[in-house]
Design a protein. Structure first.
Length: 92
């Protein structure tokens, strides 16, 4: 097992935003894609990626999608996907 230090939180957030932007508004990414993009020993980084995703979701920059539906980031559990934030109906 590699004892590689986690990248800075800002790098994790930037990678989430870059990957979700690349995928486009209709597609989502898995948090493991973010972790793999940041370091070879990616599994230990998943918790940090999920925390960064929640922070970005609270800021309105991404959507968190467990089971394909957007949810509030507080207390999200289980398998999730991430996508660029969609404008609410009032913003279109």
């Amino acid at each position: 097992m590699n004892n590689q230090a986690a990248p800075p939180f800002t790098d994790i957030e930037a990678t989430i935003l870059a990957l979700t932007a690349q995928r486009g508004p209709a597609k989502s990414i898995c948090p493991s894609e973010v972790a793999r993009a940041l370091q070879p020993d990616w599994q230990p980084l998943l918790g940090e990626v999920r925390r960064a995703a929640c922070r970005l979701a609270f800021a309105g920059q991404i959507d968190i999608l467990p089971k394909g539906h957007v949810v509030a980031p507080a207390g999200v559990k289980g398998v999730i996907r991430l996508r660029a934030a969609q404008p609410s109906r009032g913003e279109r």
